[in-house]
Design a protein around this ligand. Structure first.
Ligand SMILES: Nc1ncnc2c1ncn2[C@@H]1O[C@H](COP(=O)(O)OP(=O)(O)OP(=O)(O)O)[C@@H](O)[C@H]1O
Ligand SMILES: [Mg+2]
Length: 486
């Protein structure tokens, strides 16, 4: 079960239960419990993510390699004909780099073993042609996100969990050089007066950087890696992201053109879910997508993709998501998919959903269906629309049919924790009904969440619509299930 002492332990305990025994550590439980007893009830804190760097010897070896590499890199840039680089094949370039490196190493009397030499050549190649230390992580299939907190700390997310890597940049200058390389390739600039930037890497990955002095301890970089093969419905079902019954329900919902909002926290799998849901759209339909950074990969043939654009250095040339959306409405879409609704484009999105572009989809940042609706209300208010709240709500309730909640749970797993239908208005309040949910039951000793998907027992408001469109779901889909062995 969840430890109710864990949170309290967070504040008072530095590292382990042992430290909590020191006299001034506050007891986590009620005053009647002695400090010692309280300490023994706390669970040791998981320090897995911030694991120290590898053993000393290994670290020294790395430091030495890194110094040699820096020196070699400078020498290489002096020796290589950069203009000719563009046309050289990968093998030629690797050969050339390794030959020049060997020459310089010999000149300086540095002897490296075969393994170090191979690593060095690879790193030099990455440095000259790619993104230096980030290159290895970009090529690592198991990495989802790369998060750089200054030159000495690079975290990655694998299977929903953050881990500290032993990869580092030489110094802030090195990190800035790589950031500059990325943003200048897309015609942007980042410096003190322009301290943050969004960009897309050549492989499609989403990139954001923020540089000092706004970033206090060195540049901050976040990369969401682009997955060539996006997770499909079958993958998500087999990963336990949602159940087969939910998939059947969602298929009916999307195919019968309900307006769907995928809601979730950051990195919870919203875009992945949206992408998977889009596979239920008929191939004959004309789909237009609008995103800040093109991430969606639709399988249909008739797709028009748009990417909004922030203003350039002179503050000109902005094309906002709202501009794209307004234009999209003149492009005879059957469906409009907006990667994320976060601002004034909400007005046009809801209008589109209300006026003939049903079957549209988008995502929002929210923690539950109810919270999602409040977010929409806030966005409308922030867009400067002066409308009575009741009218705003009535607009939302007639535009949105379904809110799908995506969550990243504490064990790193990503699941669809709720599917909720908006059923109309009751007085001033939007009425909703949850049709499916993820029921948590407990926690294994390894901190894995035990739980199962279940219907709530409520029949869909749209079951008649589904039937009329030929998606007659059996009644069993809506029957609650219980977990075996619980
Ligand atoms: N059910 C899942 N199982 C395993 N990995 C998943 C699952 N859903 C998403 N992922 C992975 O998690 C990462 C984050 O997913 P995604 O980009 O869809 O999140 P998001 O909510 O759109 O994030 P953001 O808020 O940053 O836009 C991706 O690398 C994706 O491949
Ligand atoms: Mg996303």
């Amino acid at each position: 079960m969840f430890s109710k002492y864990k949170k309290a332990g967070n504040a008072a305990v530095k590292t382990t239960a042992k430290v909590a025994n020191i006299p001034d550590a506050k007891p986590a439980a009620a005053a009647a419990v002695s400090p010692k007893a309280a300490a023994s009830l706390r669970r040791p804190m998981d320090k897995g993510a911030a694991r120290p760097a590898p053993a000393d010897k290994e670290r020294k070896r790395k430091e030495r390699l890194s110094e040699i590499k820096l020196e070699l890199h400078r020498a290489l840039l002096d020796n290589l004909n950069l203009a000719a680089l563009e046309h050289a094949s990968e093998a030629d370039l690797r050969g050339e780099i390794s030959a020049i490196a060997q020459e310089i190493l010999e000149e300086r009397g540095v002897v490296l073993n075969r393994e170090d030499r191979t690593t060095l050549n690879k790193e030099l190649y990455d440095e000259v042609t790619g993104l230096g230390p980030l290159e290895t992580l970009l090529q690592d299939e198991s990495v989802n996100d790369i998060l750089v907190n200054g030159p000495q700390q690079i975290f990655v997310e694998r299977a929903g969990k953050l881990q500290l890597t032993d990869i580092t940049f030489k110094d802030e200058k090195h990190l800035l050089r790589i950031i500059d390389k990325i943003v200048s390739a897309v015609g942007r600039r980042v410096d003190e007066s322009n301290p943050y930037v969004d960009a897309r890497l050549a492989d499609g990955s989403r990139f954001n950087a923020m540089v000092p002095p706004v970033a206090v301890d060195g540049s901050l970089v976040s990369i969401r890696k682009f997955k060539k093969d996006k997770l499909g419905i079958d993958d998500l079902v087999s990963f336990g992201a949602f159940s087969e019954e939910m998939a059947a329900y969602l298929q009916a919902a999307v195919a019968t053109r309900l307006n769907v909002i995928v809601s979730g926290g950051t990195g919870s799998g919203k875009t992945t879910t949206l992408n998977a849901l889009s596979s239920f759209i008929d191939d004959a339909e004309r789909i237009l997508t609008i995103e800040d950074t093109a991430e969606l990969q639709l399988q249909q043939t008739h797709v028009g993709r748009m990417e909004s654009r922030p203003p350039n250095v002179e503050g000109k040339g902005e094309v906002s998501p709202r501009d794209c959306l307004k234009n999209a409405l003149r492009m005879r879409p059957d469906r409009i998919i907006v990667g994320e609704t976060r601002g004034e484009e909400v007005i046009d999105m809801l209008q589109a959903m209300n006026t003939g572009h049903d079957g549209s989809m988008t995502t929002i940042h929210a923690n539950s269906a109810r919270d999602g609706v409040s977010r929409l209300e806030n966005m409308i208010a922030m867009a400067g629309i002066e409308m009575p709240l009741k009218a705003v709500r009535s607009q939302i309730s007639s535009a949105v049919n379904l809110i799908v909640q995506a969550s990243r749970l504490q064990d790193g797993s990503r699941r669809m924790t709720s599917i909720t239908e908006i059923t109309g208005m009751e007085g001033d309040v939007i009425s909703m009904q949850e049709v499916f949910r993820y029921q948590r039951v407990g926690l294994t000793p390894e901190n894995k969440i035990i739980g199962h998907f279940t219907a709530t027992g409520v029949r869909s408001n749209y079951s008649e619509r589904f039937r009329m469109w030929g998606y007659d779901l059996p009644a069993s889909v809506y029957e609650p299930s219980v977990m075996e062995g619980v």
